[in-house]
Design a protein around this ligand. Structure first.
Ligand SMILES: [Zn+2]
Length: 202
């Protein structure tokens, strides 16, 4: 699937990153981020990086393909750690200490480069990273996950029962069930209807 066609239903940057596979159901899972150019294009679409950084990182990924492959592998490993942590939260289970340990390794890896910048009306995060550092892609995702984990909004993190994507339920009544009505809700409704038709007539 083209990066521009991926549904963005997570409602939070870190959850959209987790949802960069077609489904979390084993048999039908398709990876969307197959190459470093995919990850760079995805980051640009999510406005993590600007057009200039996209150019710099793309050129670097072509010139030094080994490094690019290594970084992609690490990025996807981190995505899977995030998935395990937020899936446990969505299921209201305890996070396995091993996943938390891996997460903390990433915090230690990235946070020495964070600083606050004053902007109109408050502050925003800024990263002291080289302009050609791939870490520019993961740093804001890590920070978004960190903010969400420390917030009192964890009950809003849910798992789509149809595809296993995770999403942030920002509805007022908190009753959102599917990642999206279009992709999953309507499928399941159609399936319900189909099964109802098959019931024997009494
Ligand atoms: Zn879904």
């Amino acid at each position: 699937m083209a990066i521009s066609e991926i549904s963005l239903d997570g409602g939070r940057l870190c959850l959209d990153f987790i949802n960069s596979v077609s489904s979390r159901m084993k048999d039908v899972r398709m990876e969307y981020l197959m190459t470093m150019p995919d990850l760079i294009a995805w980051a640009r679409r999510l406005e993590i990086i600007d057009a200039r950084t996209e150019c710099i990182l793309s050129e670097k990924s072509v010139k030094h393909s080994k490094e690019a492959i290594t970084f992609l592998k690490q990025a996807l490993e981190f995505r899977e750690i995030l998935y395990k942590i937020f899936q446990a939260i969505a299921k209201k289970k305890k996070v396995h200490p091993e996943y938390l340990r891996s997460y903390n390794v990433q915090l230690k890896n990235y946070f020495p480069a964070i600083e606050l910048k004053q902007v109109s009306g408050g502050f925003s995060e800024s990263w002291l990273l080289e302009e050609d550092s791939y870490k520019r892609i993961i740093a804001p995702i890590l920070n978004d996950s960190y903010e969400l984990l420390l917030s009192d909004k964890l009950l809003k993190v849910k798992e789509c029962p149809s595809c296993g994507w995770l999403f942030y339920d920002s509805t007022k009544n908190g009753k959102r069930r599917w990642c999206s009505m279009k992709n999953c809700g309507s499928n399941v409704k159609a399936l319900d209807w189909y099964h109802r038709q098959k019931l024997p007539v009494l």
